[in-house]
Design a protein. Sequence first.
Length: 310
Amino acid sequence: MKEYHVPVLLPECLEALDIRDSKVYVDATFGGGGHSAKILESGKDIRLFGLDQDPDSIKQSLVLQEKYPEKFVMIKENFANLRTGLALERIKKVDGILFDLGVSSHQINDPARGFSFQYDGSLDMRMDQSSDLTAADVVNNYSFEELAKIFREFGEEKEAARIANCIILERSKEQIKTTLHLAKIIENCIVSKKSIKAKARIFQALRIYINKEMDVLRTAIEDSIKMLNPDGRIVVISYHSLEDRIIKNIFKFEAKSCICPPEFPRCVCDKISTIEILSRKPIIPTLQEIENNPRARSAKLRIARKRSVL
């Protein structure tokens, strides 16, 4: 069994969750289990539910299941199905939910998963390996317009059209099956120092599209807020602007007590403020953490507390 990977923003997450004895918590993105292990050490008689759909994460969770049989339960689900997964465990309300978004270190470092352009592996990128669509399917079968749209929307890549065209030309000669093959196409297409960032953005775009990450994220965050007990915390670490924007906008909307147009003389919307935002600006890692754990480089942490609704 592998050791747990270094959790990002760990002290900040533990403080943000406000862990109290005999309460119920959720690690909605178990990954390598680093956050879960520390949460379990931080409270007496707490219950923690971990969620992940990745087979490697399920295996990784066995140590905690054996060490904390009364405190920890692992649920094999995508966090979009958080409410359903917890309902099957007879849990309707919780006191804290943590999301550490993005790809886990153990996934990135496994060439067979195809998440990284630095390792040679099959062009896969599926979080749930039982699903059908792979990155190779998209790269080899989607039209120029579809590829450019994916790269532009999910990778925020300015050279989306250029890179899509290079992929179309290359696949007319031979199928693009590996991560290094795709990385080489992008490198040859963007002949500058910007090619590394372009590769990162294209791989990110494919991963997000294949796993429907943005739609899944919206559903999970909205459901999580509904499941929180009064004073419960939702804590979210994001790693790129698309994720962070979704979190920020959902928090902002849920915190509002009125959404009527400003020209209305009085409120008629009956909107209720469900949360209090505890992080007006995202919390970012210290320089020391970034030095010790480069994965934390782009991390942003946002926190909200569930209000008592009268």
